[in-house]
Write a protein that binds this ligand. Structure first.
Ligand SMILES: *Cc1c(COP(=O)(O)O)cnc(C)c1O
Length: 405
């Protein structure tokens, strides 16, 4: 039996695409005493995180923060905007898109699930033209919402949300646009207002570097208007009362005080680095990771270079090699966790997370662990991915660290 206080020497490499490693700064911030959630100090915290998180979503509209995992915020997005029996157009990019569709069914919606057939659909992003064609055919406007996953965490594919918006507009269709960027936010470029998204769903434990336990709905005026007539039952998830109380920095129930301390710290860290710098860092690490995979002679799960994820890289193992056995070897020998293959990709791939609290050297340590693990698993590699990634990273022109005087 594994003891819960099992802590081998050195730090565990948590290289799964969420939860991602929580920086010490955030862990310390979370250890502040829990305060009265109706007291004056709490309002200062509430107002700070509510306005700070808008910058991360790039929105001037309200962002609702729930004490729940991302799955809760998925439900909130659907329950606040839709009515029983509504048809929703959902796009199959991978396992998470599939889970969201299952939830829509469970809530009494009628999801229409479109996408490229078989594994192929799990190797590419959302095909906006397919959405446009389906909406054009829906002249009666039966479809009430289009739901897509921005960063599909099961495969390492980041879809073009601006293109989906354009497709909806080109079809002249009034459907709402609902987007899951649970694993994309604060790691991949995301623009809630500019892209005309009606509800963006996100979570704490990926790019925001927090432990699991809070999640978000960024909304639009159109989404709020839809919520006034939407008939799906909702109580805990209902936006209106939360948005009203949030105006003064409070919640209608006990919010997750210590995770909000953590969120406050995470916002400081991300906004100090600068969102665009954060995105560039993720792009650099992802590029280095793919270079390593290519050098090893393995295949990246995402087959379209235009939609490579900056958050994680899916690595396919050669025919006949169980990817989970490779992960097990790496875990047991090097104390590193890699993401498992989900759904259709079970056993065929593993996922390397390079998000949040990640830099060149944490990526290099990760790649070293993977390279050793591949060899220990009997996989013949073409060349050293570690060397290839080091060559790439050392040639990147990035500003030197500046120590403030
Ligand atoms: C992690 C994740 C979810 C699920 O979030 P939970 O916090 O596990 O409920 C949903 N969608 C995507 C894209 C994710 O990465």
């Amino acid at each position: 039996m594994i003891k819960l206080d099992f802590h081998p020497a050195g730090r565990h490499f948590l290289q799964i695409p969420g939860p991602s490693p929580v920086p010490d700064r955030i862990l310390r911030a979370m250890s502040y005493p829990t305060i009265d959630h109706r007291g004056p100090e709490f309002a200062a915290l509430g107002l700070k995180v509510l306005s700070g998180i808008q910058k991360i979503f790039k929105t001037t509209q309200p962002v609702i923060i729930y004490p729940a995992s991302g799955t809760g915020a998925w439900e909130a997005a659907l329950a606040n905007t839709l009515s029983p029996g509504d048809t929703v157009l959902m796009y199959e990019t991978g396992h998470f898109a599939t889970l969201w569709k299952k939830m829509a069914e469970a809530l009494g919606l009628k999801p229409e699930f479109i996408g490229l057939p078989g594994i192929e659909g799990w190797r590419r992003g959302v095909q906006a033209d397919a959405i446009e064609a389906r909406l054009r055919a829906d002249t009666a406007h039966v479809i009430k919402a289009v739901c897509v996953v921005h960063n599909e965490t099961s495969t390492g594919v980041t879809s073009n949300i601006a293109a989906v918006r354009k497709a909806i507009d080109a079809a002249g269709h009034p459907a709402l646009l609902l987007v899951d960027t649970i694993s994309g936010l604060a790691s991949a470029d995301y623009r809630h207002d500019e892209w005309g998204v009606d509800v963006t769903v996100s979570g704490s434990q990926k790019g925001l570097m927090l432990p699991p336990g809070i999640s978000f709905n960024a909304v639009s005026k159109k989404a709020i208007a839809a919520s006034k007539t939407a008939k799906l039952p909702r109580a805990f998830w209902a936006w209106d009362e939360i948005i009203e109380m949030n105006k003064t920095g409070y919640w209608p129930y006990t919010p997750n005080t210590n995770l909000l301390y953590g969120l406050s710290e995470a916002l400081d860290m991300i906004l100090d680095e600068g969102l665009e710098n954060t995105f560039a860092r993720h792009q650099r690490l992802a590029a280095a990771c793919r270079i390593a995979v290519k050098a090893w002679g393995l295949e990246v799960q995402c087959a379209d270079p235009d939609v490579f994820s900056p958050v994680l890289t899916g690595v396919m193992t050669p025919e006949g090699i169980d990817a989970d056995a490779v992960r097990k070897t790496i875990y047991e020998r090097f104390n590193m966790s890699l993401g498992t293959g989900l759904g259709k990709m079970k056993g065929r791939m593993f996922r390397i997370g390079h998000l949040g609290e990640a830099n060149d050297l944490t990526l290099m340590a990760t790649l070293a662990g993977v390279e050793m693990g591949l060899k220990l698993s009997g996989i013949t590699i073409k060349a050293s991915g570690v060397t290839a990634a080091m060559d790439y990273l050392s040639n990147q022109k990035i500003p030197a660290l500046k120590i403030a005087a």
